[in-house]
Ligand binder design. Sequence first.
Ligand code: PEP
Ligand code: MN
Length: 338
Amino acid sequence: MIIRMNPKSSKDDFDNLKKYFENKGCKVKDISSDSVKLYGIIGDTSKLDPDQVESLSGVSEVTRITAPYKLASLQVHPEPTVIDVNGVKIGGGTFTVIAGPCSVENHDQIVSVAKDVKEAGAKILRGGAFKPRTSPYSFQGLEAEGLDLLEEAREETKLPIITELMSEDMIERFERDVDIIQIGARNMQNFHLLKEVGKRTTKPILLKRGASATVEEWLMAAEYIMASGNQNVILCERGIRTFEKYTRNTLDISAVLAVKQLSHLPVFIDPSHAAGRWDMVEDLSKAALAVGADGIIVEVHNDPANALCDGPQSLKPEKFKHLMEDLRKIAPIVGKKM
Ligand code: PEP
Ligand code: MN
C-alpha cells in the first residue's frame, strides 16, 4: 500500500499514521521525493480497508500494491536503483562486467586472471571460495583460504571482489572483507540465510535466480533480504532448468524484461552457468547487453582444460578481451555506458 499525504499535512498526522500501521503490524517507509510526501506500507496489508486509511487525517490518496513483494517493486520505488561498489556503479544506465574464475584455486591463478580481466576492462573480480557442488566428492573450494587469496588479488589489481556465501557463520568475515556477497541459485530460497544477510550486512547482495524459480519467487527472495534491512540487492538470471539438455540450463533472456517491468533492482545475466559451454558465452553476453541487463558475470580461467570447476564454460583471457571489445562497440548503440 502506498500513501500519498496532503502537502499541508502535519507531523502529528504522520505520527498518527505511523501508530495506526504499527498497531496493525506494519512498517511505514518514507519514499517521498522533493515534490510529494509518499509512504510505503510494508507488511501484510491485505486485511486493511483502504477507505478507512483514506479517512485518516492528512491522507490524500491510498494505492494498493497488488504484487506480493513491496520493497522490490517498481510501484514503491519508481526510479532504478543504482548501487555503488567502491566507486563502481551498478544499474541506472551502466553495463558492468564482473569476471573471473568459477573458483579460486591458488595465488598465481587468481592473480593472473584478475590482472587479465582488469586489463580487458572488467570492473569487478569474481571467484568462488565456498563452492556449492552437486557431488560431495568434487572440489568444494579453498574456503577461508580462498577468501585470503581473493583479497590478495584485490590488493594487486584494486578490483572489488564478489564471492558466494553459503552459510551464515561466515557473514562477519564477508561483511568485513568482500565487496559484493553472492547468494547462489541453490540458496535462493534459503529463507533463513536471506534474512540473515538482510539483517547482518549492508554489503550489496547478488541474488542468483533459483534453477526452477519463477520471476515472482525470485523477487520474493529479494524482498526477504530487503524486508530484513538490506536494500542493496542485484538480481542475476543464470539459466533455468527446462527439458533442453544441449545447454547446461536455458537462459531466460526475457526475465530481464520482466524484472524491468516489475522492479527497480538492477539485473545481471550469467551466460556461463546458463549455457555451460564457453562457445556460447560471447554471443549470450551480447544478448544480455542488447536486452537491457545492467551487467554480466562471466567465468574466465587461464587454463580452462585443467580448471577445478566449470572449465568447459570458462573463457580464456584472450576470448574475454575480444568480448569486451565487442561489448564496448555495442553499448552506445543500446544506450548503455561501460
Ligand atoms: C557460481 O557462480 O559459481 C555458481 C555456483 O552459480 P549458480 O549459483 O548460479 O549455480
Ligand atoms: Mn561456476
